[in-house]
Design a protein around this ligand. Structure first.
Ligand SMILES: Nc1ncnc2c1ncn2[C@@H]1O[C@H](COP(=O)(O)OP(=O)(O)OP(=O)(O)O)[C@@H](O)[C@H]1O
Length: 543
């Protein structure tokens, strides 16, 4: 079968097989003459994947010095594969490797090599590499990585992200202070309406980090628009992520065209998460979810250097639990989400990054790509929206060969989600309950939070977790349990306030109209209305 049909076979297979992931392919559908075009389900290639940076040809001594200064002597497997299979030529590539394995440095090395073109340093006022990130925090992190990598190369790096001064960004670009531009999609798309910015482009590499997330976040058309404005015939397109579900294939086709090299570092015989990250599940009742979460965090806080990230389903929940738990956890608690101003987000991110111990209560704004050093545990309270989210969240710990642990605290109403994790090595875990004294303190802390705040937070939970309340056989019970969870069971005014929300009422009424869950295949609710009324619900991405 010729190479062109290999590629068509591959992309159409991606569309046909919903469960297909790149694991079953490696170095496939490359239409480059010199690379093999076999389609195989074997384990990744035997190419030696960990090479010494000092032995790599094609990167200048200044770059090698900067790597040594970072304490990096040899590549990680994904870096080794990318350096040997992607760096030498100018092909587009899709690279998949587990979380925390050094994908950032891999694509930066390619971008730098592509713009230096064999010269030891660059003297240019043009943008030669555009790197897209789904979140501001990740864009800033990539920016910091690039700045540490480029001293002595003449390469200048800048970023454009929402919440940052657009004028200063535009000046940097127009005055030629940017050869590498790291951006979030919305902001760069704004800048590209400026002809002076477009004239500054001579892009050798167009990189999508967390590529599947970028295409999944409703950005697909924006990504295509940016690609149309940024890419030139000589531009190399690179897509990187730990997960690459097939739903991104049509956008891939639009961006990657018909010359794709697939570099897959996942072993199909291994789970997609780190074997170094033991995974546990705490099964709990809805009304004791906070109690059990607090008890777990108290237990984890006793270890020598507890640095924990707790993922919550909504912004309100992140703020609420950081506030509620702080006085019963003897380590600093931080809340991070997209409703904070960019400056505040940077301050909290930096503070937690430097803290010897602490707990970061966050939404998925830090679920992907974020590299906080020495995260001892990841705790997810409520189930994530999808298996990929579960994998990326876990990937915040166990990075760069370090150890870590993962805990999922899930109420009975969401334990169906565990079926989608059945291939992962998750063990049951039970926490010791809070002592009577701690329960008294907890209840006081809960009552110290205004019932308005508790109601508002509870409403966000209805919005994000409507499926918990849709099951008619459990709705009445679930409504009572969440009121108890928020200490509102004895506050009729609060119940009244909750029921005054159109959205909440619609969910509860909807469940009364729906057949019992046992008579219908469970499906993820794609709710039609925001809880602020009958406006069409636009999935709010918290980034
Ligand atoms: N060659 C190397 N040697 C040692 N450490 C490395 C090397 N390359 C990267 N690292 C470190 O490994 C950690 C993870 O790197 P990085 O954040 O790029 O992983 P990733 O694969 O992009 O993760 P994610 O999938 O979560 O985005 C970082 O702390 C980075 O500094």
């Amino acid at each position: 079968m010729d190479e062109e049909s290999q590629l068509l076979l591959y992309v159409s297979a991606l569309k046909r097989c919903p469960s297909l992931r790149f694991q079953s392919f490696h170095r496939t559908v490359s239409t480059s003459k010199e690379a093999p075009t076999e389609t195989s389900t074997e384990t990744p290639t035997e190419t030696p994947t960990e090479v010494l940076f000092s032995e790599i040809r094609g990167i200048p001594d200044s770059l090698k010095r900067n790597l040594t200064d970072r304490g990096f002597s040899r590549t990680t497997p994904v870096q080794g594969r990318v350096i040997q299979e992607v760096l030498p030529d100018n092909e587009n590539a899709v690279v998949q490797a587990k979380t925390g394995t050094g994908k950032t440095l891999a694509f930066l090395l390619v971008a730098i090599k592509d713009m230096l073109k064999g010269k030891p340093s660059l003297h240019s006022k043009k943008i030669h590499s555009v790197i897209l990130s789904p979140t501001r925090e990740l864009a800033l992190q990539i920016f910091e990585e690039a700045k540490k990598l480029t001293p002595g190369t003449g390469i200048k790096t800048t970023f454009t992200i929402g919440g940052n001064s657009k004028m200063s960004e535009s000046n940097s670009i127009r005055k030629g202070f940017a050869n590498i531009l790291i951006a979030t999609p919305g902001r760069i798309n704004d800048h590209l309406t400026n002809p002076e910015v477009r004239n500054a482009l001579s892009v050798n590499s167009f990189v999508l980090d967390e590529a599947d997330r970028l295409m999944d976040m409703g950005f697909a058309d924006t990504i295509k628009d940016i690609h149309r404005d940024v890419a030139r015939p000589f531009t190399r397109r690179l897509c990187f992520s730990a997960t690459m579900p097939p739903k991104v294939s049509d956008v891939f086709e639009a961006i990657l065209g018909n010359k794709i090299k697939i570099v897959n570092c996942l072993d199909p015989n291994e789970p997609p998460t780190h074997e170094r990250v033991p995974q546990f599940v705490v099964k709990t009742e809805l009304d004791s979810l906070f109690h059990d979460s607090l008890a777990l965090l108290q237990e984890l806080s006793q270890q020598p250097s507890p640095r924990i990230i707790v993922f919550l389903p909504t912004i309100g929940m992140a703020d609420f639990l950081a506030d509620l738990f702080q006085s019963q956890l003897d380590i600093p608690c931080y809340a991070l989400h997209s409703r904070l101003a960019t400056g505040e987000r940077r301050r909290i991110t930096d503070k937690f990054r430097r803290a010897p111990k602490g707990i970061l209560f966050a939404t998925d704004v830090v679920a992907r790509g974020m590299d906080f050093p020495n995260i001892s545990q990841v705790v997810q309270i409520f189930s994530p929206s999808a298996v990929d989210d579960y994998i990326h969240r876990i990937g915040r710990t166990g990075r760069a060969g370090k150890s870590g642990e993962s805990y999922l605290v899930v109420p009975k109403q969401e334990q169906y989600f565990l079926r989608s994790l059945s291939e992962l090595p998750i063990q049951d875990y039970s926490v010791d309950g809070l002592s009577d004294e701690e329960i008294i303190k907890y209840n006081k802390n809960m009552q110290d939070i205004s019932s308005d705040m508790r109601i508002q937070t509870l409403k966000t939970l209805y919005a994000a977790k409507s499926q918990i309340f849709e099951d008619r056989s459990q709705t009445k019970n679930s409504n009572e349990l969440v009121l108890k969870l928020f200490g509102l069971e004895d506050e009729p005014a609060a119940k009244q306030d909750l029921m005054s929300s159109t959205y909440v009422r619609n969910i509860i009424n909807k469940s009364s109209r729906m057949p019992d869950r046992k008579n219908r295949g469970y499906r993820q609710t794609s709710f039609k209305q925001s809880f602020r009324g009958n406006k069409p619900y636009k999935r709010q991405f918290d980034f």
